[in-house]
Design a protein around this ligand. Structure first.
Ligand code: ZN
Ligand code: ZN
Length: 207
């Protein structure tokens, strides 16, 4: 098995690549463990696509964990009736960040099903974000290292903070065409941040 530390050493990377190659070979030969093979093909099936669409629609694409936009459908149970689409209450829309937090701990170790369920039911309400790092020479700004484990709400707040900082930097250089964009970001009615703030009552970022 590959461990998170493997990502930080040359030997570790070699182990990861070897395991990937081995698994690709097994898959090509149809020799992946039966359950895994079945689950992979299940996720490609039209039955699952129909169930997923139905659940996303039911939840209006709102993450059941953080309240942000969710595009992932999480299995709270793998019971046959759930897989057959007869128990949609055991399926839940979540965002990618919450899904990562639910299934893996900070060290990348897989959590137990009980722990995953406990985290899902507890919800994620964190709104603190890493400060965006702005580099005006880049066409797009680098995502923070925390990104994979940031909830959809945190990601939205980060995007908005980034937009605001970008505008401020451009304006400081005399590009006044950014002023209206900054104004709209700061408009308490118009900005997405303001809408998130109204829902979650979080303090304004950056004062
Ligand atoms: Zn979420
Ligand atoms: Zn899941």
């Amino acid at each position: 098995m590959v461990s998170p530390e493997d990502f930080y050493s040359e030997d570790g990377i070699k182990r990861i690549l070897a395991e990937c190659r081995e698994r690709l070979q097994l898959r090509a030969e149809g020799k992946l463990p039966e359950v895994e093979q079945d689950y992979q093909s299940y996720l490609r099936s039209s039955l699952w696509r129909r169930i997923k669409r139905r659940v996303l629609k039911r939840d209006q694409r709102v993450c059941g964990c953080c309240g942000g936009e969710g595009k992932v459908v999480h299995h709270r149970s793998y019971a046959p009736e759930v897989m057959e689409g007869k128990a949609d209450d055991m399926l839940a829309t979540v965002c990618a960040g919450c899904h990562a937090i639910m299934h893996f701990d900070e060290n990348g170790a897989k959590r137990s099903a009980e722990e995953t369920e406990r985290i899902f039911l507890g919800g994620q309400r964190q709104t603190e974000i890493p400060t965006p790092r702005i580099d005006l020479r880049r066409r797009s700004q680098a995502k923070p290292a925390e990104w994979p484990r940031m909830t959809a709400v945190q990601r939205k707040l980060w995007e908005e903070a980034k937009q605001r900082m970008l505008c401020e930097r451009h304006i400081a250089k005399g590009h006044m065409e950014y002023q209206p964009i900054l104004d709209s970001l700061n408009d308490p009615q118009g900005s997405r941040l303001a809408r998130v703030e109204r829902v979650f009552k979080v303090p304004r970022i950056g004062g």
